[in-house]
Design a protein around this ligand. Structure first.
Ligand code: CR6
Length: 839
């Protein structure tokens, strides 16, 4: 029936609410309203930041009804919830992500343009929330995206650091750190919930007493109380109504504590205490893969864990009469050992506060927790001195000792003749100063332990956690990492995404394996040419950025050879530098040599206290300075270090790469996730058989991957047979020439001391075996150059890489966790009048 014939009283009246409506006129009006009412500005006096904020509020409004409905759905149905405990969440910018997950990109663009503004410019105003160091924190963010997209009830719990990862700038080629004031202009994405604050205790002592039933109990008399205030950020799924919370805790001083000091007129004392309490959530420790044994760090860990567990228990008890079935409503995942103190805290709560007997408490705890290990580097395994523990968490230390006593009793019963085993498994390291081994606590207190790539899990079983594997083989799982295709393809690479969707629709965004359908086009010259043009376009965009921010002009037709990740010796950015200098030397020796043009691009932060990593940054810049202006090189080699690598810079970089450098010493990189983002965007990988590289190569096809270097086993054997780096130096002319050039001061204005620590470390120790892999790497890079010159062949390889990365969607990873570890099911959120696809 034509609309005009519908009787008046049945006519659907379409009045859009300013806070939920999604038509362009409504969005425009809401945008203007938010500028006026939230920011207190009108157009003529508003800055770009104001416009960004107004737009952020416009999006947040549109998330709220879904968010509250999600909450209600979980609450009404007493569903099982995944609690992802992580000291780091590297969320990246929210606005662009909300636009795509809510299908509002095009309409908002129109609304913004009709308002006379440029959407891309506004998107750039958002500070990148950097509440993490690198892969581990970004993994947590990708997991939250997949959990919401798969409609899994989940809460991310962490710390609301006032200062995230430092802002990196270059001073004369050296890294300098600037505080990250990401909250300076306010954060429109979070909602504080002071009504749900939690008290957290520290220090003091314990005492025994007898309860009303005459049982001996223990009570903790703390010395100090801090309050945790939750701040919630919505995490929308793609193309669903589900919006899960990321709940981050901010530390504040407890009023009760200040009261006495104030009353006594001791204002300074009261304020000092307030400051000390708030320090707990002040700043993220900027270390990746190296723990810092600072008291404040342990305070941070316990602080967010204690708040989160209280919160989880409160939610559980709202619908359940006891905690005996906690594991039926809660699956708590420990993202590395940073939150592992949760095991002792849950035991303490069950025993001391809820009066549950030890055996039951232990059963509940083990069934509720699971632990993900993220590293094989022995120095990265966290341990806390027993003295510090006792001072800060006296009751927890008692609980840990009791867990250990019972555990060791079991071990002795199972393996009566193996004395050494007990020492190796103990939760307490006893050689010299005593330490609590957090990975051991996590293994014993969890029902599942997993590694993050197949090789990593295999090495955990063989090596790092060998003894635990021997006790409980059934506890061990592999969960190869993944990344979200929403941020890392759709948002980062809109041109490629549109190209995909024009061929097969947009189903690939929720099922990345679907891209394999496009392999049907692999022999279609037009398809390949379009692919090639998209890559070139993305390279041009990055070239423009580098010209603007680094003042370096690069040729978009050169090979974009990129290594972006944290700077670490095991990741071997300096091996990449040895290759650059090798090519440079060849040109200097024979200026007419045929070397295919390459642009070497680096990015990444060094931990501020990690001298060698900072020296590697300086070396990259120093080599760049010489190479970029040497007329002999004539635009064949360019070296660019992009400062302040973070999630949003990553979004520009991955789509523009031809070659992805994944060159860690085999057996050192647990997984890597940047490797996946590059390959998904059609980059070829040059890599070792390390971490997830192995699985990327299997998926892409061996012929589409540039493999070099020793295997983990060969690395191990060479080490145990006595590795002598000087042998390689003495027998390899090119390697010798490279090292000699660095030592000569050629890249340091004649200063022969500057790079000496780096040179010496390679010549006399070479812990990460750069010299052993040097020749193999150089040979492999020659193959790369040859392959790139055959543009058709390269494009084909590039396409196959991108289309075959379905396995590395974090949706696959999360599905595996749900089915094999968490035992949770999806809970769709029904909304009247909302159909996400048509929204
Ligand atoms: N540094 C691993 O080194 C892995 C991520 C996420 C790391 C890296 O290979 O991909 O975790 N480990 O699983 C730690 O942070 C301890 C990382 O990001």
């Amino acid at each position: 029936m034509p609309e005009s014939l519908i009787p008046m009283n049945e006519c659907p009246i379409q009045i859009e609410d300013d806070r939920t409506g999604t038509s362009v006129p409504t969005l425009k009006r809401a945008f203007a309203d938010n500028l006026f009412y939230e920011l207190g500005k009108y157009e003529a006096i508003a800055s770009k930041e104001d416009f960004y904020m107004a737009l952020a509020y416009t999006l947040r409004d549109r998330l709220l009804s879904r968010w509250l409905k999600t909450f209600k759905t979980y609450d009404d149905n007493n569903v099982k919830i995944v609690y992802y405990l992580s000291a780091e969440f590297l969320m990246g910018r929210h606005l662009g992500n909300s636009l795509i997950n809510l299908h509002l990109y095009d309409r908002i663009r129109q609304a913004v343009e009709e308002s006379g503004l440029d959407l891309d410019e506004l998107l750039e105003q958002e500070p990148d929330p950097g509440l993490g160091n690198g892969g581990l924190g970004r993994l947590a963010a990708c997991f939250l995206d997949s959990l919401a997209t798969l409609e899994i009830p989940a809460v991310g719990y962490g710390i609301r650091y006032e200062f995230g990862i430092f802002h990196q700038i270059m001073q004369d080629g050296w890294q300098a750190e600037i505080p990250d004031k990401w909250l300076r202009f306010g954060n429109p994405w979070e909602i504080p919930r002071p009504d749900q604050a939690i008290d957290v205790n520290f220090g003091g002592h314990t005492e025994t007493y007898h309860d009303e039933k005459g049982r001996e109990r223990i009570r903790w008399i703390p010395a100090k109380t801090v309050i945790g205030i939750p701040y919630d950020t919505p995490v929308p799924g793609y193309d669903t109504n589900t919006v899960n919370p990321l709940r981050l805790w901010k530390a504040e001083a407890s009023d009760a504590f200040n009261f006495d000091a104030f009353n006594a007129g001791n204002y300074d004392g009261a304020v000092a205490d307030k400051m000390r309490s708030e320090t707990i959530s002040k700043v993220l420790y900027p270390n990746d893969n190296t723990p810092q044994g600072k008291q404040l760090r342990l305070e941070q860990q316990y602080f967010f864990v204690a708040c989160s567990l209280r919160d989880i228990i409160k939610r559980h008890l709202k619908h359940n009469t006891s905690l005996y079935n906690l594991n039926e409503t809660a699956a708590i995942q420990l993202n590395d050992t940073h939150p592992a103190i949760a095991i002792a805290e849950l035991m303490r709560l069950l025993l001391d506060e809820y009066g549950i007997d030890w055996d039951s408490a232990w059963r509940i705890t083990q069934k509720t927790f699971a632990y993900t290990n993220h590293t094989l580097l022995p120095e990265a395994l966290e341990k806390w001195s027993v003295g510090l523990f006792e001072y800060l968490l006296p009751r927890h230390l008692q609980v840990i000792y009791e867990i250990n006593r019972r555990f060791i009793e079991d071990v002795q019963r199972w393996y009566p003749d193996d004395d050494q085993l007990v020492g190796r498994l103990s939760l307490i390291e006893e050689s010299g100063e005593k330490y609590v081994r957090m990975a051991h606590l996590a293994c014993v207190g969890s029902h599942a332990v997993n590694g993050v790539a197949a090789l990593h899990t295999k090495l955990l079983k063989q090596d790092t956690l060998r003894d635990f594997y021997k006790l409980w083989p059934e506890k061990f799982f592999n969960k190869t990492n993944g990344v979200t295709p929403r941020r890392w393809i759709l948002l980062s690479n809109p041109t490629l995404s549109e190209f995909y969707s024009s061929k097969i629709g947009d189903g690939w965004l929720k099922n990345l394996d679907k891209l394999r359908q496009l392999e049907a086009y692999i022999d279609d010259p037009e398809f390949c040419e379009q692919w090639h043009q998209i890559k070139l376009y993305n390279k041009k965009l990055l070239a423009d950025y580098m010209l603007k921010f680094n003042g370096i002009e690069v040729d978009p037709h050169s090979i974009f050879d990129i290594q972006v990740k944290r700077i670490h010796e095991y990741k071997r950015q300096h091996l990449d530098v040895l290759h650059i200098i090798t090519l440079y030397n060849r040109i200097k020796q024979n200026p007419n040599i045929n070397i295919y043009p390459r642009t070497f691009i680096f990015g990444g932060k060094a931990a501020p206290g990690y001298f060698m990593a900072k020296l590697i940054i300086k070396l990259i810049n120093a080599v760049g300075e010489v190479v970029n202006k040497d007329p002999d090189v004539r635009g064949r080699l360019k070296v660019v270090f992009l400062s302040n690598f973070n999630a949003s810079l990553g979004q520009r970089i991955y789509p523009a790469a031809d070659l992805s450098e994944q060159i860690s010493t085999a057996g050192k990189e647990a997984s890597g996730t940047g490797n996946m983002k590059f390959a998904m965007n059609g980059s070829l990988t040059i890599g070792t058989l390390d971490g997830a590289n192995i699985e990327i190569r299997e998926e892409a096809g061996f012929e589409n991957f540039f493999l070099f270097g020793l295997t983990a086993e060969e690395v191990h054997n060479l080490k145990s047979n006595g590795y002598k780096p000087s042998d390689y130096y003495n027998h390899n002319q090119e390697l010798k020439a490279v090292m000699d050039r660095i030592s000569s001061g050629y890249f340091s204005h004649g200063d022969q001391e500057m790079f000496k620590p780096l040179v010496d470390s390679l010549m006399y120790h070479d812990e990460y075996m750069l010299f052993a892999d040097y020749q193999s790497y150089i040979d492999c890079q020659r193959q790369v150059s040859l392959a790139f010159q055959d543009s058709k062949k390269w494009t084909r390889m590039s396409i196959l890489n991108a289309l075959r990365m379905g396995k590395f969607s974090s949706d696959r990873t999360i599905n595996e966790y749900c089915n094999e570890i968490w035992n949770v099911k999806s809970v769709p959120v029904e909304m009247e009048g909302y159909n996400p696809e048509s929204a």
